[in-house]
Design a binder for this molecule. Structure first.
Ligand code: GLN
Length: 461
């Protein structure tokens, strides 16, 4: 199998460019084990630490850096027998929705190489969709696991904030982000989550969830088309669902009804403020988190500088890409003294109301889960045929709300629309990932999803 897998790997990697670094000797060791995850190869987004592997975060500033230690989530998978084969491409520091903001290389969607794989965990999504690995780790700050999962036709989980240790994840916006899972099937996604979850003394915010009763109402909340347009008419920019995504959303509703779920209309009045609140909080946290990249402790040091201040200026000017600079500036702007009430504190208040909106609908006896679109479009093209960078941000409305509220959300493929995958997501109660897996697994059984042309199954049990 290994010779065949190695050739398959090389062929698809040339087409997709999913990896920043991979290890042929690890690929050689990979095999389809008989139990659990043993022997299975997996890929890790290049902002999650794996000892001895690259940790570039898709940035020139950290290009070539090797991690001296391993993230807890990765360590737990290795202890279960899985094998890291490489590090995947991403938007620089997780900032973006296409992976085109990687400063290091371009990643293509395995379904159509003219289209983006989504982002920021685009390399991980492409690697799974092409069948190069049965699963991969990504990170989700505002949708970065779920959106590329939808673009590439795979399953993507953003766990509850605190369910998975963030030790070893390079921070972008700490209060919003989690390590997440991309996998070829719902059950594989569940298997991986069950291994990586749980408290870790190295991340004080991680904890073990109390067991859920398992009792469900079989009620799923859905935004009606009217509520969607009402929400969007009050929001920033246009994030209206494309006809392709609308068809996919309708199919998902029909299938869930056929599976015996009762769909009830829900409303989240504060959702229209989600994107401005998200970008205020995310950039504020990013401006603090990225301050460590000074060319002294981390990052490429300029060849020559007048003095230490000049050295830091040069390291950042040369190392950070445009989008990262924009966001650091925006973050320092919203945090500057005297203006915190106007932006940052207000965004935190909106965040609180969004969380309450979801708590109301997910209260005991009400909905088990909420069905939402993932992104307004399927995978877009590059350059002029794509979405503007502003439109890409406005489009985060459907994903970033789960991060603002700290809730688990599972994105899974539903249909092929005009030849490209389209998916939906289910948001659930805190620490109730299992209910989301249960619903999505039933869905998957009834409507198994297809694969890109030339895909080969190396990893099914
Ligand atoms: N698209 C969002 C952003 O650019 C989400 C990124 C993420 O989840 N890391 O911030």
């Amino acid at each position: 199998m290994n010779e065949e897998y190695k050739n398959y790997f090389d062929a698809w990697e040339t087409k997709t460019g999913a990896f920043i670094e991979y290890r042929p000797e690890a690929i050689e060791k990979a095999h389809n084990g008989t139990t659990g995850l043993s022997g299975l190869p997996f890929a890790v987004k290049d902002n999650i630490a794996v000892k001895g592997f690259s940790i570039s975060c898709g940035s020139k500033l950290l290009e070539g850096m090797q991690s001296p230690y391993t993230a807890t989530a990765v360590r737990r998978l290795e202890e279960a027998g899985a094998i890291v084969i490489g590090k995947t491409n991403m938007d620089e520091f997780g900032m973006g929705s296409s992976t085109d903001f990687s400063a290091l290389k371009q990643t293509n969607n395995p379904w159509n190489t003219e289209r983006v794989a989504g982002g920021s965990s685009g390399g991980s999504a492409a690697a799974v969709a092409a069948g190069l690995v049965p699963f991969a780790l990504g990170s989700d700050t505002g949708g970065s696991v779920r959106q590329p999962a939808a673009f590439c036709g795979v399953t993507g989980l953003k766990p509850t904030w605190g369910a998975v240790s963030r030790y070893g994840l390079v921070a972008y916006a700490s209060s919003l982000e989690t390590i997440g899972v991309l996998a070829g099937t719902v059950e594989r996604c569940r298997m991986v989550f069950n291994v990586i979850k749980g408290s870790d003394p190295r991340d004080e915010t991680s904890h073990d969830a109390e067991e859920k009763s398992g009792e469900t109402t079989k009620i799923i909340g859905v935004l009606s088309p009217e509520t969607i347009s009402k929400t969007l008419s009050g929001s920033t920019g246009s994030a209206a669902l494309s006809p392709a995504v609308q068809r996919c959303f309708d199919k998902a509703k029909e299938t869930l009804s056929a599976l015996g779920y009762t769909l009830v209309p829900v409303e989240f009045p504060a959702l229209r403020f989600a994107v401005p609140a998200y970008y205020t909080i995310a950039t504020a946290e990013a401006s603090a988190n990225l301050a460590r990249f000074d060319g002294i402790r981390y990052g490429k040091r300029p060849d020559w500088a007048e003095n230490p201040g000049d050295l830091i200026d040069k390291a950042r000017a040369e190392g950070f890409g445009q989008e990262v600079k924009l966001r650091i500036l925006l973050g320092t702007f919203v945090l500057r003294s005297g203006f915190q009430d106007k932006y940052y504190n207000r965004a935190q208040q909106i965040r609180g109301v969004i969380r309450q909106n979801f708590e109301t609908q997910l209260a005991p006896g009400k909905c088990d889960a909420i069905l939402m679109p993932v992104y307004p479009t399927t995978a877009f093209g590059r350059g002029g045929s794509g979405l503007s960078t502003f439109a890409q941000k406005a489009a985060d409305i459907w994903t970033c709300c789960a991060n603002l509220a700290g809730l688990p959300a599972l994105s899974f493929p539903v249909s092929l629309e005009d030849g490209m995958p389209a998916g939906v997501q289910l948001l659930g109660k805190p620490f109730d990932e299992q209910s989301l897996f249960n619903i999505a697994a039933q869905f998957e059984q009834l409507c198994p999803f297809s694969h890109p042309e030339g895909w080969k199954d190396f990893w099914s049990v």
